[in-house]
Every structure is written in C-alpha cells, then in structure tokens.
Ligand binder design. Structure first.
Ligand code: ADP
Ligand code: MG
Length: 249
C-alpha cells in the first residue's frame, strides 16, 4: 500500500474539516477524490504532504507514519512526491526552465546545463518544445498547466498529486490535459492521487473514486459502481439521480 488512510480527522481553527476519512491507494493505481468545492480536497492533499497536521486516525504515506515523522523523513518523502498545484502556481519572474528545474536548482548541485537538459526532457514528455526560455506570462493556460506537471515530474516522483488539474480550463484544453495525465501515468509509472470536481477525470482516469462531501467520504468505487449508487448525494453529483431532475432553477 502506498497510502493508507484510516479514520483520519483534520481539525483547523477548532472546526473538524475532515471527519474519519478512510482510503487506501496501492502502487501504480490512479485514485480520484471527487467532490464539490469546500468539501476538504485541498486540506486532504496538504495533510498528505505534511503541510497540515492531522488530529486523529492513521496516515501512512510511502511507509512513513505521518503522525510520527521527523523533518528529515518529511524532506525525503517530499522528494518522492510530485505536486501539481491548482492554477499551476508558476513563479512569474522565472523562465520556464527555471520553474521546471526549481527543485533541482534548490536541492541538487547540478550544473545549469544539466538542469536545462532535464527540464527539456520533461517538457517534451508533457508535449512542450521550444519553451525553455519563455516566461510564464507568454504561455496559454493549458501550456502553464503542462509546465506545472513537468515541474512535478522532474524529481522522478513515485507519487503524483494533482489539485484540480482542469479547473479554470475550457473543455478542449481540459480534455487534452486529462489525456496527458493518462499518458504520464503510463510512461512514468507513478501512483496518482487526483482531487477534482471534474467528472470526466473521474470517469476516464480513475481505477477507484472516492466521493467526498463536507469532509466525509460518502462512497468509494469504480465509475461503473458509482453510476449504480443508491446514495442521494452521489446520484446528484453524477447527474443521474432524481434529485437532479427535480431541481428547481
Ligand atoms: N487553513 C485553514 N484554516 C481553517 N479552515 C480552512 C483552512 N483551509 C481550508 N479551510 C476550510 O476547510 C474547508 C475545506 O477546504 P478545501 O480543502 O480548500 O476545499 P476544496 O479543496 O474541496 O474546495 C473549507 O470550509 C475551508 O474554508
Ligand atoms: Mg481545493
């Protein structure tokens, strides 16, 4: 098991944001946490990255107990985890290659030439060429997202986390990013955890989907299983239930 989550609770400012979350992610699996905004998806990712401290339960990431982890172990863990942030989160004052190579520039003593070469390779893997010396504001939203994915890949992570990878993108760009994520998963053999409200990602990429609402996992299953869910919220969210039909606008 790459990630083991059992009855995990996260309390922020005395409010329980995540309530008894349980979920397992095995090696090379793609797991999607699907839920509306405000349901606790980003809080969950931040907890998995050790940026937020959980209050109760069990959380094991790549064999490390997150309730009892040293600073050194946390740094080791971060090296093995690639994070694709919502809105790409690029440094606007740095060129594309510096953004992509940021981790290597920061943590490894590699020559500039070596880092440029590695950046060029991962940029090609995400479908971008001739962008090394461009600045982020010269790129389209879809290209920026690809650069964000390249940056996550450069450390050759075992685990890849995506936070709302298609939020704010048009339908065509969303589809091309979704296809890219599938290709990256195959080529880099990563274990992927994607948090999103995008049904298309859940449908086309997930081996397993956990539906989250108000900090609780409502149901876990494959897309096919969720289509047959009896849960009102799941039916509503997947647009197939009577709840949606009866909605007044
Ligand atoms: N640092 C924080 N302190 C207090 N509350 C927070 C913090 N971060 C997020 N929250 C609250 O936790 C809930 C879940 O937020 P979030 O995980 O960002 O939702 P999502 O990513 O699913 O849209 C929201 O109600 C949000 O206001
Ligand atoms: Mg979020």
């Amino acid at each position: 098991m790459v990630i083991e989550i059992e009855k995990l609770c996260v309390t922020l400012k005395e409010r329980e944001i995540l309530e008894e979350i349980s979920l397992n992610v095995s090696e090379n699996e793609t797991v999607v946490i699907l839920g509306p905004s405000g349901s606790g998806k980003t809080v969950l990712l931040k907890t998995l990255l050790g940026l937020l401290t959980p209050s109760k339960g069990k959380l094991i990431v790549l064999g490390k107990d997150m309730f009892n982890i040293s600073r050194e172990e946390l740094l080791q863990l971060r090296k093995k985890t690639g994070m694709v942030f919502q809105s790409a989160a690029l440094f606007d004052s740095m060129s594309v290659w510096e953004n992509v190579g940021f981790y290597l520039l920061e943590f490894l003593r590699l020559s500039e030439q070596e880092i440029r070469k590695r950046a060029e390779q991962v940029l090609l893997a995400v479908g971008l060429s001739d962008v090394l010396d461009k600045m982020p504001d010269e790129l389209s939203g879809g290209m920026r997202k690809r650069v964000g994915i390249a940056r996550a890949l450069i450390s050759e992570p075992e685990l890849l986390f995506y936070d709302e990878p298609t939020a704010g993108l048009d339908v065509i760009t969303s589809t091309s990013i979704t296809k890219l994520m599938k290709k990256i998963h195959r080529e880099f053999k990563t274990t992927d955890l994607i948090v999103t409200h995008d049904l298309s990602i859940a449908r086309h990429l997930a081996d397993k989907i956990a539906v989250i609402n108000e900090g609780k996992i409502i149901e876990t299953g494959t897309w096919e299983q969720l289509l047959h869910s009896k849960n009102e919220f799941v039916k509503y969210f997947l647009n197939i239930g009577a709840a949606y039909e009866n909605e007044r606008f």
